[in-house]
Write a protein that binds this ligand. Structure first.
Ligand code: GLU
Length: 309
């Protein structure tokens, strides 16, 4: 497939509504700035809305002050969002109602397996369906899982092209309520994308494998499927995704013009010489007018650590 091939879908009648949905596990780093910028430009270049959702549903993984630091960084980069920020910590009732709906429709079941017992049984991370037909006597429910079909499905990603999957062999029945009682990412993201009326999701390719289970949940709930575009990942020289876990440095919000130029270059849209290091408002105006998602590279791009600053 030629690297610049891109995939179009039928023209939509609903106006474009995109979003950026960071988890406040650390400050914005270069990789998350790229996702924010790509989703912003894809929305604004189509006169669309761009919403912000703070995915603060996992207190043990949260870092104190990170949510506010992300908002400040987006402000410094003039990545202004529409409306109020949606905090997932305020959405427990909606997630609970969604779990009830799954249970009522027999789309979910209680599971007593731990990761250890699953690995011991199948030797892989794919859930083998152990508790689908009920727990053994005396077994304690640990998680809630969605019963997935044994069926091949394909969706067309704007950048990555056709993505095929069979949930039963790729993931198995996946968790929607975790053993620690927290709502799982697949559940919260699907419920909130629908509640916020998101038509288009632009995010990193690290989440490409999350899309088939999320599309399946959309089907269970009767929600429309958004269009997906998975952006290249910023990786270090070892090929690892830049993230807090591998010490990607927080972006420097004192020189937003320089970092924005790097992020634009990364996304296949280098700013013209006259705009190098210009202020964010001018850079974003140029980028919005010149944005074309088919010019974004499809695969991971190396970004040496010195450039993340
Ligand atoms: N909160 C997720 C993350 O920061 C992203 C969710 C999404 O874009 O679907 O990795």
């Amino acid at each position: 497939m030629p690297s610049n091939q891109h995939f179009t879908t039928a023209v939509k009648s609903v106006p474009y509504r995109g979003r950026f949905a960071p988890s406040p596990t650390g400050p914005l780093h270069f990789g998350s700035l790229v996702t924010a910028l790509g989703s912003y430009l894809q929305a604004r270049s189509q006169q669309g809305e761009w919403l912000l959702r703070m995915e603060n549903i996992d207190p043990p993984r949260e870092q104190a002050g990170a949510a506010d630091a992300i908002l400040r960084a987006l402000d410094a980069y003039h990545l202004y969002w529409d409306g109020a920020v949606l905090y997932q910590s305020t959405r427990h009732e909606a997630y609970e109602a969604a779990l009830m709906q799954l249970a009522r429709n027999h789309d979910s079941f209680a599971c007593g397996c731990s990761r250890k017992t699953i690995a011991a049984r199948g030797g892989s991370h794919v859930y083998p369906g152990t508790c689908r037909d009920g727990l053994s006597p005396g077994e304690v429910p640990r998680t809630i899982r969605v019963r997935v079909p044994n069926r091949c499905e394909t969706f067309i990603d704007t950048l990555q092209g056709p993505v095929k999957s069979n949930l039963q062999t790729d993931t198995g029945d996946f968790v929607v309520r975790r053993a620690d009682g927290l709502y799982a990412y697949h559940l919260t993201v699907v419920v909130d994308d629908a509640a916020q009326g998101i038509t288009d999701i632009v995010r990193g390719t690290d989440l490409l494998g999350s899309t088939p289970p999320q599309r399946y949940l959309q089907q269970c709930f009767g929600y429309p499927h958004p269009q997906y575009s998975h952006l290249p990942l910023a990786v270090n020289q070892q090929g690892q995704k830049l993230s807090k876990q591998n010490c990607a440095t927080a972006i420097d919000i004192r020189h937003p013009g320089l970092t924005l130029c790097k992020a634009l270059r990364f996304l296949g849209h280098p700013a013209p010489a006259g705009l190098q290091g210009a202020d964010p408002a001018r850079l974003l105006a140029w980028a919005t007018a010149n944005w074309d998602i088919k010019n974004v590279p499809r695969t991971a791009v190396i970004c040496v650590n010195a450039e993340n600053k």
